[in-house]
Design a protein around this ligand. Structure first.
Ligand code: AHG
Length: 298
């Protein structure tokens, strides 16, 4: 079944946005050869931007604008929310155009992460999000979409450039992979004990440096991805709006969970666009264990 057919029953606005992501994913997938160098600019976090980050950001934003139903977009690559004041009502979009872009150099998988708010409030809590998308550019180009109460579904780009259903109603299995971000010497004692406990339970380490790819692996095999609050940086590294919230949306729809170590990521109130958060995501059990061991939750 084609992606366009699978989307037939859902809200037409969300459908148009997901189809825009799918069409532009093909463009981005074809652009790596041309745009893989580093640029001479930094993003709002002070990180040197890869040419692909900036190019993919432009491609997606231009095409979201063309839909005429997007009111604003908050992108990880920009320090301000882009507004389209002519659009009345309209959707809000959060965008990480190319997550894990430092992995382009070594030809590891990277991804595009999109969050969709029907109420147009990109600074809303994650629980107000209505749909999310994750595109993975790897040996295959895949697209996962999830919408509220309708599950998470995976599609693969075929040789005729059409996204075809690969996995319907994804369910994160109870697998035993752990993907731990952050320097171990900078982990808190509680987080270190948590990782030790996972190892004692037989968890196997797999980590690439691309959240999109690492989370995608957890989604298929089960386990937990984590980028904790560090001793030197209690807020952690990953971004609430662009990474943690949409990933948690997909995890929730696939029967998993996402947490800041004390509560669901979706209960964290964003106070600014560039907000970071400690992040634990994956199968329910290891995420709950993190909340008990790191967040002292009963
Ligand atoms: P970026 O898109 O700037 O490459 O961000 C990568 C993020 C995320 O994808 C990944 O999980 C994490 O940063 C990797 O950080 P470390 O290099 O500290 O492992």
């Amino acid at each position: 079944m084609k992606l366009s057919e699978h989307l037939a029953g859902i809200d037409s606005g969300i459908r148009d946005i997901i189809m825009t992501v799918a069409e532009q994913a093909k463009v981005i997938q074809g652009g790596f050869m041309m745009h893989y160098g580093t640029s001479n600019t930094k993003n709002v976090y002070g990180e040197t931007q890869i040419e692909m980050d900036k190019w993919a950001d432009r491609v997606l934003i231009e095409n979201f604008k063309k839909t005429g139903i997007v009111k604003n977009i908050s992108s990880e690559e920009r320090d301000h929310v882009i507004e389209f004041p002519d659009v009345k009502g309209g959707f809000g979009i959060t965008l990480d155009p190319l997550d894990g872009s430092s992995c382009i150099k070594t030809n590891l998988a990277v991804g595009t992460i999109v969050g969709i708010f029907s109420d147009g409030n990109v600074l809303g809590e994650g629980k107000n999000m209505d749909a999310a998308c994750l595109v993975i550019y790897g040996p295959l180009t895949t697209l996962i979409y999830a919408c509220k109460g309708c599950g998470a579904h995976e599609f693969v780009l075929n040789s005729e450039s059409v996204f075809i259903l690969r996995n319907e109603n994804m369910k994160i299995p109870d697998g035993k992979i752990y993907s731990p971000g952050g320097l171990p010497s900078d982990w808190t004692d509680a987080h270190r004990k948590y990782v030790k406990e996972l190892e004692n339970q037989g968890y196997k380490l797999r980590y690439s440096g691309s959240l999109a790819a690492d989370f995608n692996q957890i989604l298929h095999y089960g386990g937990v991805f984590m980028y904790p609050g560090l001793k030197s940086k209690p807020e952690g590294k990953l971004r609430l709006l662009f990474e943690a919230n949409p990933m948690t949306f997909i995890a929730n729809e696939a029967g998993g969970a996402g947490s800041d170590g004390t509560k669901s990521i979706h209960d964290v109130k964003p106070v600014k666009v560039s907000q970071r958060t400690p992040f634990y995501i994956g199968s329910k059990e290891p995420v709950k264990l993190a909340e008990r061991m790191v967040g002292n939750k009963k």
